[in-house]
Design a protein around this ligand. Structure first.
Ligand code: MD3
Ligand code: FE
Length: 203
C-alpha cells in the first residue's frame, strides 16, 4: 500500500519487501568493490553516516564541497555499475510514484549504525531536478524526517522499514529532509545497521 507524504512524494510501504534480502546481498557485492567510508563535510566535520556509490556518477564530499564524481576517490577507479536488479527496482518504484521511464545514473549507499543521523538538508547537487529520487531502506528501521520547502518548517516523521521505498519528485524534489539518530536495533541480515540506497539522475 502507499501513503502520500506531500504532492510529488509517496511512501510505498513494503514495495521491495519480496526482493529486499536479495537486494541486501547485492549491496554487499557492490560494497566489496567500493567500500563504505566516512566523508568529511565542506565545513570540516565528519559525517556520522558511512557512504559509497555505484553508477556512472558517485556522490562525494570533502573540504572542497559536495559533488558527483565519475571516479571513486578511494580507489581512483570508476564506481561499479548499478546492478540490473537495482535499476529495475528504481524504474518500477518511480513508475508507481507517477514517474515513467526513470533511469538513474547514480546510486548513493548510506550506512547508519546506532546514533548515526543526517541533519535536515536539500539534495541539490544533481543537474536535473525534473527527475525523481527513489530511496530504498534496508535493515534496522529508521525515523525519516520530512521538512517542507523551508528549513524552518516543522518536520513530519515517518518510520522506514526493510523493503520500504519512497519516491520524491516534482514539487517534493527540493524539500528539506533528514534522518533521526538511528535507534538500537537488531535485524537478521544487517545486525544493528540500516542501509539506504538512493537512486538519482545526477548527470
Ligand atoms: C526528499 N538520505 O542521501 S533517503 C541523502 O535515509 C538522504 O539515507 C536519507 O537524504 C537516508 O541525501 C534519506 C530519502 C530521501 C532522499 C532524497 C530526497 C528523501 C528526499 C530528496 C528530496 C526530498
Ligand atoms: Fe538527501
Amino acid at each position: 500500500c502507499s501513503e502520500a507524504i506531500c504532492p510529488g512524494a509517496v511512501l510505498l510501504h513494503g514495495f521491495a519487501r519480496a526482493q529486499a534480502d536479495a537486494l541486501w546481498s547485492i549491496t554487499q557485492t557492490v560494497l566489496a568493490t567500493a567500500p563504505l567510508r566516512q566523508m568529511q563535510t565542506p565545513g570540516g566535520h565528519w559525517m556520522s553516516v558511512q557512504t559509497s556509490s555505484c553508477g556512472t556518477a558517485g556522490w562525494v564530499s570533502d573540504e572542497l564541497g559536495y559533488r558527483y564524481s565519475t571516479h571513486d576517490p578511494l580507489s581512483g577507479q570508476r564506481w561499479p555499475a548499478i546492478p540490473a536488479e537495482f535499476l529495475q527496482l528504481a524504474r518500477d518504484a518511480a513508475a508507481a510514484g507517477g514517474f515513467a521511464d526513470f533511469v538513474p545514473d547514480a546510486c548513493l549507499i548510506n550506512r547508519y549504525t546506532p546514533g548515526a543521523r543526517m541533519s535536515l538538508h536539500q539534495d541539490r547537487n544533481e543537474r536535473d531536478f525534473g527527475a525523481p529520487i527513489v530511496s530504498l531502506s534496508l535493515g534496522v528501521p529508521a525515523i525519516f524526517l520530512f521538512g517542507g520547502q523551508q528549513r524552518s518548517d516543522k518536520p513530519r516523521r515517518y518510520r522506514l522499514l526493510h523493503g520500504d521505498v519512497v519516491v520524491w519528485g516534482g514539487p517534493a524534489r527540493l524539500a528539506f529532509h533528514g534522518v533521526a539518530p538511528l535507534a538500537l536495533g537488531d535485524h537478521p541480515l544487517s545486525g544493528d545497521a540500516r542501509i539506504n540506497l538512493t537512486f538519482r539522475k545526477a548527470l
